[in-house]
Design a protein around this ligand. Structure first.
Ligand code: 13P
Ligand code: ZN
Length: 270
C-alpha cells in the first residue's frame, strides 16, 4: 500500500487549501473543500474494507452511495492543513443508503467533516447531473465578493453583469454567471438545498454577507473560478464610489463570446 500523503489528490488538496489561506479567503476555520475521488485511486493507498468509524450525515444522498470524498474537517484551520493533514482532512465513503459517512482516513483527533457537508454533498449531486466530470465543491470567504453583497443589488443578472464588466476575462471564465442566495443560516440542510438548487444553473453561488461556493472538474479549475470572480469584485470595490467613465459594453462581451467560443447565460446580454 502506498503512502497516502504522496497521493496526487492529497498533494493537490494540501497545496490548494494552503493557497486559499494565503489568499486571505479562509480566516480561522473559514471555508471548506470536498474532492470527489475515484475508488481505484483510493484503493492504491487505503484498505477499502477498513472503516475507522461511521458518522451520520443528517440527510439522505443515495445518489452519492459508494462515492469517496476527501473533505476538510469542521473547525479546522486551512493554515494548519499542510502541517497536519491527517488531523485537518478526512477521507470518507457515503454508505449505500446515503445517510452515513464511513471514515477511512483522517480526522485523527476524533473530529468530523465540515459543518457545511449538506451544501457540499447536495451541490455535488446537482453539478454531477449537469457535468459528470465535476469533482470539486469549494467554499470560502473572499473579502471583496463578501463586501459586494453589502453594497450591490443581489439580483443575479445584475450581479453577474457587474462582474463581467470588471475584467475582460470574466465572461470567458464564468459565462454561466454567478447565482446569489440571500443571507441564510449556514451549516443547515436548508442552505444546502438552496445552494444545490442554484448550482443547477451556475458553478458559482454567492452566500450574501458570508462567502461563495464554487464547483468544477478539479481543484485548479474551481480555485481559478473563485479567484477570477474575486478579482472582479475587487475592481468593483475599488471603483464603485467613483464616477464611471468607461465600461465593457455588451457589444464587446459578444465579441468575447465569439473569440473564445463561450455562450453567455441566456438573457444576460443585450
Ligand atoms: P467548518 O469549520 O465547519 O468547515 O465551517 C466553516 C465555514 O466556513 C462555515 O460556513
Ligand atoms: Zn463559511
Amino acid at each position: 500500500m502506498k503512502d497516502i500523503l504522496t497521493a496526487p489528490f492529497m498533494v493537490e488538496m494540501i497545496r490548494t487549501t494552503t493557497e486559499m489561506y494565503r489568499h486571505g479567503w479562509d480566516e480561522r476555520n473559514g471555508g471548506n473543500v470536498s474532492l470527489l475521488l475515484e475508488e481505484k485511486d483510493v484503493a492504491e493507498y487505503l484498505d477499502l474494507n477498513k472503516v475507522l468509524r461511521t458518522e451520520p450525515v443528517g440527510f439522505k444522498a443515495p445518489e452519492l452511495a459508494g462515492k469517496y470524498f476527501l473533505v476538510t474537517g469542521t473547525g479546522k484551520y486551512f493554515k494548519n492543513i499542510q502541517y497536519a493533514p491527517d488531523v485537518n482532512l478526512g477521507l470518507l465513503r457515503i454508505t449505500s443508503d446515503g445517510d452515513k459517512a464511513e471514515i477511512l482516513w483522517g480526522y485523527s483527533d476524533g473530529g468530523r467533516f465540515t459543518s457545511e457537508f449538506p451544501a457540499h454533498m447536495m451541490s455535488h449531486i446537482a453539478r454531477l447531473s449537469a457535468d459528470s466530470e465535476n469533482h470539486v465543491v469549494m467554499h470560502c470567504h473572499p473579502a471583496n465578493l463578501l463586501a459586494m453583497t453589502y453594497v450591490h443589488s443581489l439580483d443575479e443578472k445584475a450581479f453577474t453583469r457587474t462582474l463581467w464588466q470588471m475584467c475582460t476575462e470574466c465572461i470567458v471564465v464564468f459565462p454561466d454567471g454567478v447565482n446569489v442566495l440571500p443571507w441564510m443560516l449556514c451549516g443547515t440542510n436548508e442552505i444546502g438545498e438552496a445552494t444545490a438548487e442554484k448550482m443547477n444553473t451556475a458553478r458559482l453561488v454567492v452566500w450574501s454577507q458570508h462567502g461563495i461556493y464554487g464547483a468544477g472538474k478539479d481543484l485548479d479549475e474551481t480555485f481559478g473560478l473563485i479567484e477570477t470572480a474575486e478579482k472582479a469584485a475587487e475592481i468593483y470595490m475599488k471603483i464603485a464610489h467613483l464616477p464611471l467613465v468607461n465600461t465593457i459594453t455588451d457589444e464587446q462581451l459578444h465579441l468575447l463570446e465569439g473569440r473564445f467560443g463561450v455562450k453567455a447565460r441566456d438573457g444576460y446580454l443585450n
